[in-house]
Each structure stands twice: as structure tokens, then as C-alpha cells.
Design a protein around this ligand. Structure first.
Ligand code: NDP
Length: 261
């Protein structure tokens, strides 16, 4: 290595387009954090597939935005709560782009309420989307991944600090993902595949708009004095997806503006 350079060889080589030649799948990429992740991974050089459930037009707009900048992108209708649809989506990615190197398990919903009042239907839907969807997407994607592969989950800072009531079901699902993350590193480490979870704190999205009801409760607890932005979560994901993060696995990285500090 050149003694004059403060950069590692890997960094120097990959800074311009760190994900060139890579293929990424972002679940729930039609809006908010998922859309920001899809756009960022594409800007870093990856071909990006994104799934959607209820927002086909917004998914198409994310794809068009990536293509307008010269990137490759594909939107796939796939309810994260349907194992068949998730498996088919992974198959479509491999069929279209030839491989899958990066999986970002972002799709998530936030049904809940006081514990006495949560319906069993809501419980089952939350497990289906936030837990089963993550498990099935991961299982199917890693069947195609080779050394250098990346699995990145989107968890929640709620697993560290439950700031308000009515979120027990949501936190149950995100805690499951954090546990899955931890153990999965042992299965996939020997294959050269890393597994990490990014835990966003309060982030301005459709799910949790800045100025909305949750922000009135958690806003004063933000150490940096404001809500997060979707692209600020995406930048952490981009790092974990990059070759620079090859030695980072099993990590729970909190991106929460100091909310849980
Ligand atoms: P939004 O509700 O704003 O967006 C959710 C995205 O997920 C949309 O693209 C939506 O697509 C997709 N989605 C939802 N359900 C499904 C489904 N069944 N199948 C496929 N896609 C689905 O959420 P956020 O961007 O705020 O959240 C993204 C992730 O970050 C979630 O896992 C969430 O739990 C987590 N998170 C968010 C925080 C926040 O403060 N915003 C804080 C901590 C964690 P479509 O409209 O097409 O259905």
C-alpha cells in the first residue's frame, strides 16, 4: 500500500462506484426508507430490484428515477406476507440480472395498539410481513449468494428503547429480526456472506411523519434535535453493502440521532 495514501487499497479502488457489478434486492422499495435505499444502492453502481405491495405507481417512479440516471432497476409486485410471492420475486431478480448479491429486508408494517386490544388478525399479519417475509426472502436469496454477499435487515431502535406504549407487537417483530440476525452470521460467515441489521430511530416517512402523532412524543428525545431522513438510513445500508464492510457481520447498527443513547 502507498504509504502516502490514507485510504486502504479497497477504499481507493471502490470509492467511485463501490457496488459496480452487484445486484441488490430491496423489499418494500416503493416509498420512504426503502425507496431511498434503492436509489442509493443504484447510485453506488448496483442493479436494483425492489418489491412493492400497495404502491405500483410509486414503485414505477423509483425505477424510472434510477433509469433516468443510467442505472438498472426493476419493480416486482410481491407482498412480503406471501412466501410464494417473495420466493418468486427472488427468482425474478436472478432471472433478470443473473445473480443476487445484496438483500435488504426493509418491507415492514406497524400495526398495534394496547396489548389487550390487538386483534389476532393484526398479530398474524405483523408476523407474516415483518418476520416470515424476512425469513423467506433471506432463505431464498442466500441460496443464490456467493462470497461477498450481503444480508441487511432494517430493524428498529425500539428494540433498544421502547419510548411509548402500544408498540409491543411491532417491537416483538423487530426483536425477532435482531435475534435472527445474530445467529445467521454463524451459518453464512463461512460462505463469505455478512449479515447485519440497521436499526433506524424516528425517521420522517409515511409510516412516521415528522410532525405526526409519534413525533410529538419522541421528538424531544432526539439528541440531535430533529427526525432522521430516509437517505440517512440508506447511507448506513450503503456502507454495509459495500466491499469496505467485509469484516462487519452480526452488527446491530443504530441510526437514530441519539434517540436511544
Ligand atoms: P413506510 O410505511 O413509509 O414504507 C413502507 C414500505 O414498505 C413501502 O415501500 C411499502 O410498499 C412497503 N411495504 C409495506 N408492506 C409491504 C408488504 N406487505 N409487502 C411488500 N412491501 C411492503 O415505512 P418506513 O419507510 O418508515 O419503514 C421502512 C422500514 O423501516 C420498516 O421495516 C420499518 O419498520 C422500519 N423503521 C422505520 C422507522 C421510522 O421512524 N420511519 C423507525 C424504525 C424502523 P407499498 O406501499 O408498495 O406496499
Amino acid at each position: 500500500m502507498n504509504q502516502a495514501s490514507p485510504l486502504s487499497e479497497t477504499a481507493a479502488k471502490t470509492l467511485a462506484s463501490p457496488l459496480a457489478g452487484k445486484v441488490a434486492l430491496v423489499t418494500g422499495g416503493s416509498r420512504s426508507i426503502g425507496a431511498a435505499i434503492a436509489a442509493r444502492l443504484a447510485a453506488d453502481g448496483a442493479a436494483v430490484a425492489l418489491t412493492y405491495n400497495g404502491s405500483p405507481e410509486k414503485a414505477a417512479a423509483v425505477v424510472a428515477g434510477i433509469q433516468a440516471k443510467g442505472g438498472r432497476a426493476l419493480a416486482i409486485a410481491a407482498d412480503a406476507g406471501s412466501p410464494e410471492a417473495v420466493r418468486a420475486a427472488v427468482g425474478k431478480v436472478v432471472e433478470t440480472f443473473g445473480s443476487i448479491d445484496i438483500l435488504v429486508n426493509n418491507a415492514g408494517i406497524a400495526l398495534g395498539g394496547p396489548i389487550e386490544e390487538i386483534s389476532f388478525d393484526d398479530y398474524q399479519r405483523m408476523i407474516a410481513v415483518n418476520v416470515t417475509g424476512v425469513f423467506v426472502a433471506t432463505q431464498e436469496a442466500v441460496r443464490h449468494m456467493t462470497a461477498g454477499g450481503r444480508v441487511i435487515h432494517i430493524g428498529s431502535s425500539m428494540v433498544r428503547y421502547a419510548a411509548f406504549p402500544t408498540a409491543s407487537l411491532y417491537t416483538l417483530t423487530k426483536g425477532a429480526v435482531a435475534g435472527f440476525n445474530r445467529s445467521l452470521v454463524r451459518d453464512l460467515g463461512p460462505k463469505g456472506i455478512t449479515v447485519n441489521t440497521v436499526h433506524p430511530g424516528p425517521t420522517d416517512t409515511d409510516m412516521n411523519p415528522d410532525g405526526g402523532p409519534v413525533s410529538k412524543i419522541v421528538g424531544p428525545g432526539m439528541a440531535i434535535g430533529r427526525y432522521g431522513k430516509a437517505h440517512e438510513v440508506a447511507s448506513v445500508v450503503a456502507y454495509l453493502a459495500s466491499p469496505e464492510a467485509a469484516f462487519v457481520t452480526g452488527a446491530d447498527i443504530v441510526a437514530d440521532g441519539g434517540f436511544t443513547a
